[in-house]
Design a protein around this ligand. Structure first.
Ligand code: AMP
Length: 395
């Protein structure tokens, strides 16, 4: 696996695929710069060696050229975070872009305009990728968030670099962290899968049954398992058509010696709203008119015990409807348990969409070992798929 350290960037131009797909407010100001921050280490390493950086990214889902999706909106923020003036050119290919790249000197950064202003980007167009490739001597992929897409800038471009291509520091850490959980883990290994639906996590569950000793199934997903086993779940969310599959997954787990833990009690609400009436109920005795919206106190205690026994933890998906303050307690309690375990030497990886939002919101982001930056990409890796953006560098 080729990484940044394998190259000398002195007087070289690096063409770097970053993920600067950041949220903007109505005034086009960056509201969360985590992704820019995450790319800093790679960019600074290259500049310090005497190289220059040509940055390419997408922003949002433009239809053709649309100013609201222009990357020029993030130039000021990127300059502030990187501590180096970021130059900008309002195209990513063509004469203007070529000229800006030619004029770029060692120690400088140039940001190209939104790649998705061209349909060719998402189509993985080879000619377009070749034009992008001309902007650099070495191709660096540091965008984990798009590594599962075979787009021109994330995958197709790599074929124009033979050996001169590598992973950036961020992508390297992402790959190493997932590897530490799935392949090189210290036992016992625990996966915590929460969130709304079983259907979106089936392949993940099937794949990780071969890798873990314990599996916690929490959140809305758990009710499909409870109902399938004959429990009463009231109005809790459930995928009836996945009940048989749920039983089959439990059977597979048993055969593989994986201990599955499902909440034993829940916070139940009589309405899906923050100020609904609440009561604590056994998870399999929820009357009609009530729905389970968070893990109950007994479950939190049991999960705390399991978390503290394990040496490697993967957490994907909240234990309850954490967006509502009244139902965030289970997810927060789990965050505290993982924090404690991490302090005692456990490796903890949080990844995949909503759990990342939850750990950030509740202040656990710097208390776990690693927070993944790629939702879909992370899920696909957990499903055991190889990602085109990663494969293209390894080839
Ligand atoms: P996912 O994207 O599959 O990880 O699901 C995350 C979503 O699951 C969050 O928006 C949570 O509010 C939701 N969720 C978690 N637990 C429950 C529950 N018991 N009932 C309904 N939604 C839930």
């Amino acid at each position: 696996m080729k990484i940044l350290k394998d190259f000398n960037f002195e007087n070289k131009k690096a063409i770097i695929r970053v993920d600067f797909n950041v949220p903007l407010n109505d005034e086009f100001k960056v509201t969360d710069a985590t992704r820019i921050q995450a790319a800093k280490s790679t960019i600074i390493d290259i500049l310090e060696q005497g190289g220059s950086c040509v940055l390419m990214s997408h922003l949002g889902r433009p239809k053709g050229v649309q100013d609201q999706f222009s990357l020029r909106h993030i130039v000021a923020k990127a300059t502030e975070i990187l501590g180096v003036n970021v130059k900008f050119v309002d195209d990513c290919v063509g004469e203007k872009a070529d000229e800006a790249v030619t004029n770029l000197e060692a120690g400088e950064i140039l940001l190209l305009e939104n790649l998705r202003f061209y349909d060719e980007e998402k189509k993985g167009d080879k000619d377009f990728a070749e034009k992008l490739a001309k902007h650099g001597d070495i191709y660096v992929n540091d965008a984990f968030g798009t590594a599962h897409r075979a787009h021109a800038s994330t995958t197709i471009i790599a074929q124009f670099f033979e050996d001169n291509k590598c992973f950036g520091n961020l992508l390297t850490r992402e790959i190493e962290s997932i590897d530490k959980v799935l392949n090189n883990s210290e036992k016992p290994v625990l996966a915590i899968l929460g969130g709304a639906k079983v259907s979106s996590k089936i392949t993940v569950i099937e794949n990780i049954l071969d890798k873990v000793d314990h599996l916690i199934i929490g959140g809305g997903m758990s009710f499909t398992f409870i109902k399938a086993q004959g429990g009463k779940i009231g109005n809790s969310i459930c995928e009836d058509d996945k009940m048989e599959l749920a039983l089959d997954l439990l059977k597979q787990a048993k055969a593989k010696n994986v201990q599955v833990h499902i909440p034993v009690d829940v916070v139940a609400a009589d309405d899906f709203s923050n100020d609904a009436n609440q009561q604590i109920l056994d998870i399999d005795k929820i009357p009609d008119g009530w729905e389970g919206v968070d893990a109950g106190p007994k479950s939190r205690e049991i999960f705390d015990g399991i978390v503290n026994q394990c040496k490697t933890i993967l957490w994907n998906g909240p234990l309850g409807v954490f967006e509502m303050e009244s139902f965030a307690g289970g997810t927060i309690a789990l965050g505290h348990s993982i924090d404690k375990a991490t302090k005692n030497g456990t490796f903890s990886l949080v990844g995949g969409g909503d759990s990342v939002a939850a750990v950030k919101q509740f202040g656990f982001a710097d208390k776990v070992s690693y927070v993944s930056t790629g939702g879909g990409a992370m899920l696909e890796m957990l499903e055991g798929k190889s990602l085109p953006g990663i494969e293209a560098i390894l080839k």
